[in-house]
Design a binder for this molecule. Structure first.
Ligand code: OAD
Length: 263
């Protein structure tokens, strides 16, 4: 059943010249990629994502952490973009000056046709060595994560850097680490200059990323939210659409197209 948008919910998007779509794990939930607040399943049910996604965890047990990322990468490879990702790419087609900023480390926005999403928290597909001048590294050819085990939760030794021999680590931002500077700068610039920021599927509790919708609101943009649950971002949102990304975003795009008069 199509989502029943409140009257005029699509008007800001229909009138916008510059749009930011800011996404979190909820955007990929309907593609089968679990959110950070979901419990881990299967092999990894005994672990806590918050404890695996840290520099300390990698230092203490690199095989465990690399194995977890191999498993996640394998799951993402099997996942397909959902209608929410496709609607996001449709917003880019509708309003060419649109910037997609994602906290997600999957590549589902790219696969849905988004041009160059800003990955605030890095990517599962861009590993690098742990050395200070961090050479990029190639991914191992065979993903082992799913089949590894039944030993200690699918341990897989990380590869070594071809240039310097250091361990290769996932190219994601771990708890306690700084965000990639270029991505953060691009995100702040987009937030400051947009007319509409649409925040989708994020709990809005992890900083500095959660600052992005707040910056847009302070800079005068209309901030809209798509989330089935209330979040701390509700207070800065002019419009809160309670529903899922795959359900709400296509309805929003269709209504914005009607408002603009395109088909
Ligand atoms: P969270 O797991 O914190 O929150 C997911 C949000 O998505 C929640 O608010 C859910 O209500 C909402 N949600 C669930 N299903 C949805 C759906 N189908 N459609 C729309 N919304 C849905 O994920 P993030 O906010 O992305 O950081 O988490 C932010 C960061 O915290 C992550 O990037 C990660 C994590 O720790 C790092 O790894 C550095």
């Amino acid at each position: 059943m199509e989502y029943a948008l409140p009257p005029d919910a699509a008007a800001p998007l229909g009138q916008a010249r510059r749009v930011v779509v800011f996404t979190g794990a909820g955007m990929s939930a309907e593609s089968g990629v679990p959110t950070f607040r979901d419990d881990l399943t299967g092999l990894w049910a005994r672990f806590d994502a918050m404890q695996l996604a840290t520099p300390e965890a990698f230092h203490t047990d690199p095989d465990l952490v690399w194995g977890w990322y191999e498993w996640r990468r394998a799951r993402v490879r099997r996942a397909k973009p959902n209608p929410g990702h496709l609607a996001t790419a449709a917003i880019e087609a509708l309003v060419p000056d649109t910037v997609v900023i994602t906290q997600n480390v999957d590549d589902l926005h790219e696969r849905a046709g988004s041009r160059s999403p800003v990955h605030l928290h890095g990517s599962l597909f861009a590993p690098r060595c742990i050395a200070e001048d961090a050479h990029p590294a190639a991914l191992p050819e065979t993903p082992h994560g799913e089949t590894a085990g039944p030993d200690e939760g699918g341990r897989v030794p990380p590869p070594r850097c071809r240039h310097c021999g250091a361990l290769v680590r996932p190219g994601v931002v771990w708890f306690g680490e700084a965000l990639p500077e270029a991505a953060l700068t691009a995100a702040v610039e987009a937030a400051v200059s947009c007319d509409v920021l649409l925040t989708v599927g994020t709990s809005g509790v992890v900083y500095p990323a959660a600052e992005i919708p707040r910056i847009a609101a302070r800079s005068g943009a209309t901030v809209m939210q798509v989330n089935p649950e209330p979040t701390p971002l509700d207070e800065v949102c002019a419009i809160n659409l309670r529903g899922t990304a795959a359900h709400v975003l296509p309805a929003l795009v269709a209504a914005a197209r009607d408002a603009i008069g395109t088909t």
